[in-house]
Write a protein that binds this ligand. Structure first.
Ligand code: IDP
Ligand code: MG
Length: 165
């Protein structure tokens, strides 16, 4: 079954110059990249992305981590599409705790736990279809994805927008 999934190369992955390695590992899946952007993560976006974890003791540290307070203030966001995309990507990522993750997985190979207790695990991947839909819609507009994976509608826009000078 064709699915889409959100992948984030987190700030530690970018700081450690792991983009190429991560993309190469993910290319083993033969999935297609249908959206990609570099994002400066606001607190609002970070808190919305991780809203299900807001009662966890590590939440504030997690928000600072994904905003790039400890590394570089950027995240690479990608949408992968194809057969069984969610499980295929999660498998290559490895489990959440990088110390427990399979050593050949991305998290097992490149992640670490900081002394403050944050799991710096290099990569995010959606866990299921409903998370994927919520997360992709949060990080991308329909126009930033090369085909319509979810229904769209047209809306008149009268907001001021920045264009090249
Ligand atoms: P996932 O990223 O494997 O889906 P989630 O439980 O959704 O795992 O947690 C989101 C992120 O929060 C993790 O990737 C990791 O960076 C961080 N995190 C999760 N659990 C812990 C924990 O127990 N201690 C510290 N950080 C954690
Ligand atoms: Mg998760």
């Amino acid at each position: 079954m064709d699915q889409q999934t959100l992948v984030l190369i987190k700030p530690d992955g970018l700081k450690k110059s792991l983009t190429g390695n991560v993309l190469t590992r993910l290319s083993e899946t033969k999935l297609e990249i249908i959206g990609a952007r570099m994002v400066r993560v606001t607190r609002e976006l970070a808190e919305e992305h991780y809203k299900e974890l807001k009662d966890k003791p590590f939440f504030e540290e997690l928000i600072k981590y994904i905003m790039g307070e400890y590394h570089k203030k950027k995240v690479m966001a990608l949408v992968y599409w194809g057969d069984n995309a969610i499980d295929k990507v999660r498998e290559i990522c490895g489990t959440t705790n990088p110390e427990e993750a399979d050593s050949v997985s991305i998290r097992g190979a490149y992640g670490r736990i900081t002394t403050a207790g944050v799991y710096e695990n290099v990569i995010h991947a959606s866990a299921n279809d409903s998370d994927a839909e919520r997360e992709i819609k949060l990080w991308f507009t329909p126009e930033e994805i090369i085909f319509d994976i979810y229904p769209t509608k047209e809306e008149e826009k009268c907001a001021v927008r920045r264009v090249w000078a």
